[in-house]
Design a protein around this ligand. Structure first.
Ligand SMILES: Cc1ncc(COP(=O)(O)O)c(C=O)c1O
Length: 148
């Protein structure tokens, strides 16, 4: 008996399918921002921050302009700066490394695991140093998933 295997191509990312589910709400929201010219800050941002904080079960949420800025804020909140090292994946997107430079810290890049394409966890420990501010006990390790 012949064992026939059917194959199916599943797109890696299907943004059109995602968009179709929320297209009307997104378009209305964009139109509202354009109509009211509240491109920066404004009541829509405040509403988003409140809704997102509630969604996360957090007291506060702060909207920023980009993922890069959000990552920079995380480093600043941990008081990472000049003299500190931040360990991260060598094959990550530049937006992971730029915030490390923005705060004056040094990125320490670790090669990926060739099976998973994520950071090779077996190489992290040897890169941990005490090159941190006195209140940090070890290096700041910043991992990203294979696809950012
Ligand atoms: C790994 C990683 N970090 C950070 C970012 C944030 O980038 P942006 O500043 O463009 O929002 C991205 C965006 O793709 C990313 O892939």
């Amino acid at each position: 008996m012949l064992n026939k295997t059917k194959t199916m191509n599943v797109p890696f990312v299907d943004l059109v399918a995602q968009k179709q589910q929320i297209a009307v709400q997104v378009q209305e929201a964009i139109n509202h921002v354009i109509d009211t010219s509240t491109f920066i800050m404004g009541p829509d941002l405040s509403k988003f921050e409140e809704a997102f904080a509630e969604f996360c079960g957090s007291e506060y949420a702060i909207g920023v302009d980009s993922g890069t800025s959000a990552l920079e804020m995380i480093l600043r909140a941990y008081e990472i700066g000049p003299g500190d090292e931040v360990i991260t994946a060598a094959n990550t997107f530049i937006a992971t490394v730029l915030p490390i430079s923005y705060v004056g810290a040094t990125p320490i890049l670790i090669d990926m695991d060739s099976e998973t394409y994520n950071i090779d966890v077996t190489k992290i420990e040897q890169k941990i140093t005490k090159k941190n501010k006195s209140d940090h006990t070890s290096s700041f390790i910043w991992t990203t998933s294979r696809y950012g």
